[in-house]
Design a protein around this ligand. Structure first.
Ligand code: WTA
Length: 633
């Protein structure tokens, strides 16, 4: 499956464009199917309808677990590094992981889970999170993992949207010196969610929790029951290639987060193929992705992609800066990590602690590096290359999205010549195109445009859960017959792609997508707020920071208290990740005569660039701009 030279890459890419069905059929042949497909691809972007490997039968966990057992049962599947470096680490071989997944799949069944049920998972980064995800997949239940940093309200919205009947969680989680009470957040969420019949709670932090009779059960007790029943195996549920595998919520420019839907067959083929190729994974290598499984990066490149390829995947429970800013490098040294996949925000943050933190760490095991989540600035790229890779590790800057399921534009390690700041070239199977505002294709190189994809790939989203029209509107209606990514992009003279950032009202804060509308809605819920507008601004570590312009008389006129209250409100409504970094109180927002907020102006002010605010003559009250400019933070 791996291309081994730049020529092979070019051939593979050409074939994937000229004969996409043959191309993907061959790749799919590397996976285990219970029954082969009737048709490789059926599609139109109008509805949209995209079906890959229709009629095929499979179970993704058979590909991620069972098929490795005979030859590689003793190979480590998951290495787990706890938050506290003095606590013992854990290693689960493929056989052990298989057995634990079967066991927990039986726990789910005992607790009433059936094929097609939606199961919400809200857990710390412990092996049981991966086990819960795979156990759902094994029995054909659809998982909806919610990142541990989301609030009770956000969880409740997601549980209700997907109508989940079971929750898997833990008493609490550790992040550095903090203990996060997960179960109690779930309890708050469940006040609004009568559809939930069962909550399975893993013991992790021994945080006191309330256990409601008839609804809440302990993970460990349920596993014991399965053990005494003596049914260690759990046969896989035979799924159709186009059956749903999971839902993952992500923010857009409008409304509440959407449940992006991925399906069993295409997603498996795509994540496996892209993982194997981009990282040129070799048997025996230790691969460490620093993301959380609560995001798409963790789904595709901690769990499914690596495991389908029989890789050893390292999971880290803690944070990069605790007990000190050398933690990642200690982990690399401890487990002789070969491939390190992380985010620019982490790189910038660790850079800021100075080179002493890296000096003296043995990073000689590293052979390949990866970056994801946001554009990587050249300074961070070079630091990563020199201080971490010692100039000998190719950096794969992987551009992709929750919606794409897997890497789209990315170097292939050691194969594609790289350029700092560039995601470089499309992987085989990916047909990017740049269009101007009117949807006209930009054919010249050296020009920026809006990044679209013109042909389906197996890992693409199929719908947004429960609302197909929203999927069409968001991704397929802006430009006819194209999937619109929401990103701006430059294609340089060599045909290399450089992602320049979102062109819609979505912020990318520390690599996390946050919709400005969502933050505004949360701010507006605060009792003294009249209205607000949220934009991004360049932030040294986070990439983008959240800047809120707020119209509010304030609590008894005390701005400082109101500011703190607003931050608390956003934390409660969305979660701490969406907290505004700056709040500027203003007497009004710049609006057009038709009442539309002129975000362009606010964005410039937030960026500190007020030299040329463009045409403000159409504003209802141009004077407000001067006031906002004068008070800018
Ligand atoms: C941004 C994360 C530049 C982009 C996998 C995209 C990137 C959004 C890169 C998706 C990259 C991701 N270079 N920008 N290598 N990778 N992005 O859904 O704006 O959390 O649209 O998926 O992150 O974020 P999401």
């Amino acid at each position: 499956m791996q291309v081994k030279s730049f020529e092979e890459y070019q051939q593979a890419w050409r074939k994937s464009v000229e004969q996409p069905e043959q191309f993907w059929e061959e790749i799919a042949g590397n996976f285990q199917w219970r029954k082969k497909w009737d048709k490789v691809l059926e599609w139109n972007f109008k509805e949209p309808k995209v079906e890959w490997f229709k009629g095929a039968k499979l179970n993704i966990t058979e590909n991620c677990l069972d098929r490795h057992l005979e030859k590689n049962g003793d190979v480590p599947a998951i290495i787990w590094e706890p938050n506290d470096p003095t606590e013992d680490h854990r290693v689960l071989t493929y056989r052990q992981l298989h057995d634990k997944v079967c066991q927990f799949a039986n726990v789910l069944k005992n607790n009433g889970a059936k094929r097609g049920d939606r199961i919400c998972i809200y857990m710390p980064m412990v092996p049981e999170l991966a086990i819960a995800v795979l156990a759902c997949a094994r029995i054909g239940a659809i998982h909806s993992v919610v990142f541990g940093g989301f609030s009770a309200q956000s969880i409740a919205d997601r549980i209700k949207d997907a109508d989940c009947n079971i929750i898997v969680t833990a008493d609490g989680s550790y992040r550095g010196t903090k203990e996060v009470p997960l179960k109690s957040t779930i309890d708050d969420a469940l006040v609004q969610c009568p559809s939930v019949k069962r909550v399975i709670v893993l013991t992790r932090s021994h945080t006191p929790v309330s256990m409601i009779k008839g609804r809440d059960v302990w993970w460990e007790d349920e596993v014991k029951k399965v053990e005494t029943q003596g049914n260690p195996e759990c046969p896989v549920e035979e799924m159709d290639a186009e059956d749903m595998l999971f839902i993952l919520y992500t923010s857009g420019s409008t409304g509440k987060p959407k449940g992006v839907v991925h399906t069993c067959g295409g997603y498996m083929v795509y994540t496996g193929y892209t993982f194997s190729n981009a990282f040129q994974y070799q048997p025996g290598e230790v691969y460490f992705c620093t993301a959380d499984i609560g995001w798409i990066t963790g789904h595709s490149y901690i769990v499914y992609g690596p495991l389908s390829q029989g890789a050893t995947t390292l999971m880290f429970e803690g944070i990069p800066t605790w007990p000190n800013a050398g933690r990642f490098w200690d982990i690399v040294e401890k487990y002789k990590v070969n491939i390190l996949y992380t985010a620019p925000t982490a790189i910038r943050s660790l850079m800021s602690f100075g080179d002493e933190v890296v000096a003296g760490k043995d990073l000689s095991s590293l052979t390949k590096l990866g970056s994801v989540g946001e554009p990587i600035n050249e300074e961070a790229w070079h630091w990563f290359d020199e201080k971490i890779g010692h100039g000998k590790c190719p950096i794969v800057d992987t551009w992709w999205q929750t919606e794409t399921g897997g890497f789209m534009i990315s170097p292939i390690a050691g194969v594609t010549p790289t350029k700092p700041g560039y995601a470089t070239l499309p992987l085989p199977g990916v047909q990017p195109i740049l269009v101007d505002e009117n949807g006209k294709e930009i054919e010249d190189n050296g020009v920026s445009g809006n990044l679209c994809i013109k042909f389906p790939w197996p890992g693409m989203l199929r719908t947004t859960y429960g609302d197909h029209e929203r999927c069409r509107q968001t991704y397929f209606a802006t430009y006819e017959n194209l999937y619109f990514t929401g990103d701006g992009c430059l294609r340089d003279e060599d045909g290399y792609y450089r992602i320049t950032g979102r062109v819609d009202d979505v912020l990318n804060v520390s690599g996390h997508r946050i919709g400005t509308a969502e933050v505004e809605n949360a701010i507006n819920m605060h009792s003294t707020v009249v209205e607000s507008a949220v934009v991004g601004y360049p932030h040294d570590i986070k990439g983008q920071g959240v800047y809120a312009f707020v119209v509010s008389p304030g609590k008894h006129g005390d701005e400082e208290i109101t500011r703190k209250d607003i931050i608390m409100t956003v934390s409660r409504i969305i979660g701490p990740i969406a907290k505004p970094d700056k709040i500027q109180f203003v007497s009004g927002l710049p609006k057009t005569r038709s009442g539309k907020i002129m975000r362009r102006i606010l964005r410039k002010i937030a960026e500190g660039d007020t030299s040329n605010l463009g045409d403000t003559s159409t504003l209802l009250d141009p004077a407000v701009v001067d006031e906002i400019k004068a008070g800018a933070l």
